[in-house]
Write a protein that binds this ligand. Structure first.
Ligand code: GAP
Length: 539
């Protein structure tokens, strides 16, 4: 029994009913074996599609944009909402042990003192005094250039998939420039947080290529500050939340007192978080305003926290598969003990193979009783749960799966995007761009297309079906252009099915042509079968 406490076994989290084993499988090492292989898709193609088809725009674009902020267009907002809705349905509504909250973005500043964010939510910042560029020290790599055992200088490169190759190429250039003879040794990359004080002035700035302008790393707090009320002094300072998690901790007692919850139980929230990232990058992957889906799962202090952590890790992997992310792009990264966040006793990240490298998608942390104890101490209000079995008050421990909606959305676009050569009926080869999105999250589920727009009977039947489908599903009506062109438009935005109303529909048996996005196969289908298909696939 997973969460067995002394003398009283307690049930662990039941699997979400949505996760039908025929549709998703836990990740196995074999399935994950090629997770580090390079991605075939380019970020340029993803960014171009996102803009072209109205998924994502740069924020305030007409004013030149604002780095690290993005807007979601008509299709992006649907896709994002579907991700949130699926998570909420599986994480909260379909479970008996998780409840939801929505807490305020600006909280009492003492929350962030207690949580450790005021003192410790920092990234190491490096300035280039000449170019005025700023870098994250842990993303700025350098190496001594060694020829025949002697250091002839230093090279630097920003973190990328090719950091070592870039450093090696720069080392060869330096050796040539200095006309040094002898064998060049392989570079030994370190990040700038590991630079010794005497090395700092020797490392060239990535902006100028010259040494001497980089400052030693210093801690930069990533919380955005604001003022609450009319005064603008230190007493009015507040912060935009950098994580949604603290809302759940601060409301722990409120939920226990009102929610009829019993350990183990979870409190979930979806909402915006803000971090003044030093180097926002890779499109929506690392932005300054983003959305998180977090759940704090409270367990008895004597419960088997490691088993609970493992179970949530599996649940999260299964959930990603259930919304269509391929296992081949996923892998796990266990944080080494010495690099754990201050609140964590174990963290495992589910990594995704993005075009710019394998990066963190979802962090699953065992936060112990750190947060509740901190809030108990700073607020003076006991953060305890009365355990009926032992008649004792306990401070529960916490397992936290925390994921960014925007990172999932980007992963979905990258994994789903493909450019293919297809042959039409006349034997002509043409390119099609297709987004292979799961029906669960596709922004449009079905496109309804009358074969010809100048045949009143076809249009009338198509409009009737469109109106019926619209009551339950996001559907699209399109009568403009050749049918093949209309299919392509839907392929590019990830619509799983197109339904064509043709002469057989109105003159024969009422069936439609159902065209499937991925296989491009077509078959006849009745209206009842269409609704049945949607009910099964869109859950
Ligand atoms: N409460 C724990 C916490 O916030 P985190 O690893 O800092 O942990 C959780 O963040 C998740 O939020 C990450 O795994 C990532 O998916 C997302 N995330 C974090 N910073 C982000 C950023 N700057 N832009 C987009 N998503 C981000």
């Amino acid at each position: 029994m997973l969460y067995a406490r002394d003398g009283k076994p307690a049930a662990g989290p039941p699997p979400a009913p949505a996760l039908d084993p025929s549709r998703s499988h836990p990740l196995t090492p074999a399935l994950m074996s090629d997770a580090s292989a390079p991605s075939a898709v380019s970020m340029d193609a993803i960014v171009a599609l996102a803009k072209r088809r109205g998924f994502i725009f740069q924020s305030s674009e007409i004013y030149g944009g604002l780095n690290g902020f993005f807007d979601y267009g008509p299709l992006g907002v649907e896709l994002k909402k579907n991700i949130r809705d699926c998570w909420w349905a599986d994480m909260v509504r379909r479970r008996d042990d998780v409840v939801g909250v929505e807490t305020s973005i600006i909280m009492h500043p003492k929350v962030w003192e207690a949580s450790g964010h005021v003192a410790g939510f920092t990234d190491p910042l490096v300035d280039c005094k000449v170019s005025k560029q700023r870098y994250r020290a842990d993303q700025l790599f350098f190496s001594p250039v060694v020829v025949e055992g002697a250091v002839i200088g230093y090279v630097s490169a920003l973190e990328s998939e090719r950091t070592t190759e870039d450093l090696q190429a720069a080392a060869e250039t330096l050796k040539r420039k200095k006309a040094v003879q002898g064998k060049l040794e392989p570079v030994s990359p370190r990040d700038f947080t590991e630079a010794k004080p005497e090395e700092v002035p020797l490392v060239p700035s990535p902006a100028t290529g010259e040494p001497g302008s980089l400052t030693p790393p210093r801690a930069f707090n990533m919380m955005f500050e604001t003022y609450v009320g009319a005064l603008r002094d230190a007493s009015a300072v507040a912060y935009l939340r950098p994580e949604t998690a603290q809302g759940m901790f601060v409301d722990f007692r409120n939920v226990v007192d009102t929610g009829r919850v019993k350990l183990p139980f979870g409190i979930a929230q979806i909402g915006k978080s803000f971090r003044n990232e030093i180097t926002p990058r890779n499109f929506i992957f690392r932005s300054r305003e983003f959305e998180q889906m977090e759940m704090e799962y409270f367990i008895h202090p004597d419960a088997d926290w490691l088993a609970c952590h493992e179970e949530w890790l599996r649940w999260c992997q299964d959930w990603l598969l259930s919304i269509g992310l391929p296992a081949s792009h996923l892998s796990l990264h266990e944080h080494p003990k010495e690099k754990l966040a201050f609140y964590s006793r174990r963290t495992v990240d589910i990594m995704f193979r993005y075009p710019f490298g394998v990066q963190e998608l979802w962090g699953i942390a065992a936060r112990s009783d750190y947060d509740l104890k901190q809030h108990q101490q700073h607020s003076g209000v006991p953060q305890v749960y009365f355990d009926e079995a032992t008649k004792q008050k306990v401070v529960p421990h916490v397992i936290e799966p925390a994921v960014g909606v925007d990172r999932i959305l980007l992963a979905i676009l990258c994994a789903g995007y493909a450019e293919e050569d297809v042959t039409d009926d006349k034997g002509n080869v043409e390119k099609r761009t297709v987004l292979r999105l799961s029906p669960r999250i596709a922004p449009v589920k079905v496109a309804v297309l009358p074969l010809l727009k100048n045949k009143e009977a076809l249009v009338a039947r198509a409009r009737e079906l469109h109106a019926k489908l619209k009551r339950n599903y996001a559907v699209f009506y399109d009568e403009g252009g050749a049918i093949g062109r209309r299919y392509r438009r839907q392929d590019e935005i990830g619509t799983p099915w197109c339904v064509t109303i043709d002469f057989e529909t109105i003159e024969k048996d009422g069936t439609f042509t159902l065209r499937e996005r991925d296989s491009m196969q077509q078959r006849r289908i009745t209206e009842a079968e269409l609704f049945q298909l949607l009910a099964e696939q869109v859950y």
